[in-house]
Write a protein that binds this ligand. Sequence first.
Ligand code: NCD
Length: 304
Amino acid sequence: MYHILSCEQFSRAELEELFNLTDEIRNNLPAYRTALAGKLVATIFYEPSTRTRLSFEAAVQRLGGCIVSTENAKEMSSVIKGESLPDTIRVIAGYCDAIILRHPDVNSAREAAAVSAVPIINGGSGSGEHPTQALLDVYTIHKHKGAIDGLTVGIMGDLLFGRTVHSLVKLLALYENITVYGLSHDVLSLPEEYVSYLEKRGGRYIPCRSFWEMPQDIDVLYHTRTQTERFQNSDLQVEEFVVDRQVMSYFSPDTILLHPLPRRHEISAEVDADKRALYFQQSHNGMYVRMGLLYNILGKGAEK
Ligand code: NCD
């Protein structure tokens, strides 16, 4: 059985294989229409989601599988009656072949995997990780840059609570000669554990205070939303680093701009028409990468 819990579990070779499989499925969709026939996948989301849940559900159905879902598990499942996550997972695992889980606790995916009779896919564990998002992020970078070794990547916004950047840093650490620039408000800087994870594997981390401290020819800019819902102090005001046309004019024609979405005002709508703004392609890619993952976990790929 193959759980997806954290980006720490992947090797470079596995990523390469997944990206090739993703392209193979994407280019031959009719051949995969029944790849998950007879499989039932549960999506159990205790936090809001648009892309992760719907792209997973689209991926399952495009591969011929079926879905059972609770999109608001916090209020619409037995949690409201006091049921624990392990009990909920034990029960749902008896109904289906895999569970995609989003939950506010950092350890939720591991806790679920410890009791589940079927694979658990972490669809976001609090302010911890969001591994499938990072897979689609690196797939998108790979598609546009050809190779990941040697890249310079600027991560921006909420680096403290942003689980997508945590997972992204862990995947980038698999590659050679990676430099990550971090642009955030002081109180939202990248936790030391991710900095040292990268550095231990040969990468460099350079904190910045403005866009202008990042190299103009940086390869990738990856912006994120301030995760205000995770603030202890709801009055805390943080400076936003807004990417607008003027900021984009500082960077090279080859710099690509990504965002896991949803964005608020940290990327102005005027940037959407810029050819370097790839966030909508990125979210579209997510469905195909998730098809690849599901095929590996539940389809023919699981028999290897
Ligand atoms: C992100 C998440 O849920 O962590 N969204 C997503 O899955 N694409 C980012 C966010 O909510 O800001």
